[in-house]
Design a protein around this ligand. Structure first.
Ligand code: UD1
Ligand code: UDP
Length: 381
């Protein structure tokens, strides 16, 4: 029996850890799985916990309005010291690149407890972009004992940094496990705004923004470009579930608050959100997770950033890195609204990030590494 403590704190970590927790719980003879949330996010985390029926064993409830990186680090570290001291697991499992992730890996290290890093090895090579995620991911890799790389190119990044190849497993991304279990062709929206949209006659642009390095002027530029686009195309509607960060909300309201055909709505429950993505025309985002989900659904993505740690779908042609200037966002969006051939080229469904089996592979690798299984998983290709 392997005693695993899963630690996370934000919406995307919860979505991507939920299938793995589910897989461990399906094998109670092999895994004793406990869950600790820092609750670096509150409402957005709770939406996911509720959907996947995860009742955390520990909830540090650290979120504060407008929290700084210092606040998150300090509060999460203090709380996790107590949690890990009580749990004393065989392994702490963390996900991705948030400050919760890095701090949980650090706390486990202080207790000399092994760390497993899910979604390991993504890199932009730019220290400040995304900020602070690029460095959080690096630091977590240094602290981790087992590295679950979603793709071969993530594995290669880790190998270049001198990580022992025997400690790296290419598993696919658990985000695709969650996606495939949630998207339904006949899905009906409970949300009245979504239920009221005519997806046959309207072209829906699905928009999200939240990155720290985009706060302020870059977001202002992005929203001005969207306002220009909506004014130009009467068949375009924007659906924008606005992140709860007050620094995002203020600028969104100011620039897009009175635009016709722009729906500024609360963060959507995950099942509404991915099914909306499945019906939309185009995704504009600075999110990491959306760059993985949209290609699997055949939806073009314009990435509102200057770098990406997810180059696979860019190479496949479904994702385009456009930056954050008003001019570039306007121009690239226009091209996809006007040029049908270009749109078709980008709308090819590709699945470079997973096949729905990532959680199973991670569990198999865990059992193998702790001497409870006889063979490692076959790598995701
Ligand atoms: C965090 C992660 C980022 C991840 C993102 C996913 C860090 C430093 N950042 O960024 O890597 O991509 O989550 O969304 O780890 N808020 C609420 N309710 C919520 C969530 C947030 O009110 O449920 C507000 C609070 O005022 C909070 C602010 O949003 O202070 C920012 O949250 P924070 O976790 O610090 O940063 P994110 O931009 O969400
Ligand atoms: N998501 C959601 N509701 C929303 C917006 C996003 O459930 O209103 C999901 C989305 O499907 C993806 C994840 O949240 O799985 C992405 O989270 P976010 O963009 O906040 O973080 P990132 O992926 O950039 O770390």
């Amino acid at each position: 029996m392997l005693r695993v403590l899963v630690v996370f704190g934000t919406r995307p970590e919860a979505i991507k850890m939920a299938p793995l927790i589910g897989e461990m719980r399906r094998h109670p003879d092999r895994f004793h799985c406990r869950v600790a949330v820092t609750a670096q996010h509150r409402e957005m985390l709770d939406q996911v916990l509720q959907l996947f029926q995860i009742a955390p064993d520990h909830d540090l409830d650290i979120m504060r309005p407008g929290q700084s990186l210092f606040d998150i680090t300090r509060r999460a570290l203090a709380g996790l010291e107590q949690v890990i001291k009580r749990e004393r697991p065989d392994l702490v499992l963390v996900h991705g690149d948030t400050t919760t992730t890095f701090v949980a890996a650090l706390a486990a290290f202080y207790f000399q407890i092994p760390v497993g890093h899910v979604e390991a090895g993504l890199r932009t090579g730019d220290k400040y972009s995304p900020f602070p995620e690029e460095i959080n991911r690096h630091l977590t890799a240094v602290l981790a004992d087992l590295h679950f790389a979603p793709t071969a190119s993530a594995r290669d990044n880790l190998l270049r940094e001198g990580i022992n190849p025997e400690k790296i497993f290419v598993t696919g991304n658990t985000v695709i496990d969650a996606l495939l279990a949630t998207v339904k062709a006949d899905y009906r929206f409970a949300d009245p705004v979504l239920a009221g949209i005519d997806f046959q006659c309207r072209r829906v642009l699905l928009v999200t923004t939240h990155r720290r390095e985009n706060l302020g002027e870059p977001m202002r530029e992005i929203y001005l470009a969207l306002r220009d686009i909506v004014a130009l195309y009467p068949d375009v509607e924007v659906v924008f579930p606005v992140h709860r960060n007050p620094a995002v909300r203020e600028v969104v309201q100011e620039i897009l608050g009175r635009s016709p055909r722009v729906h500024l709505i609360e963060p959507l429950p995950y099942q509404d959100f991915v099914n909306l993505m499945n019906r939309c025309y185009l995704v504009l985002t600075d999110s990491g997770g959306l760059q993985e989900e949209a290609p699997a659904l055949g939806k073009p993505v314009l990435v509102l950033r200057n770098t990406t740690e997810r180059p696979e779908a860019v190479r496949a042609g479904t994702v385009r890195l456009v930056g954050t200037t008003r001019e570039a966002v306007f121009k690239e969006t226009r091209l996809l609204l006007e040029d049908a051939a270009r749109y078709r080229q980008m709308a090819e469904a590709v699945n470079p990030y997973g096949d729905g089996q990532a959680s199973r592979r991670i569990c198999q690798a865990l059992l193998y590494c702790f001497g409870l299984g006889d063979k490692p998983p076959e790598p995701f290709k």
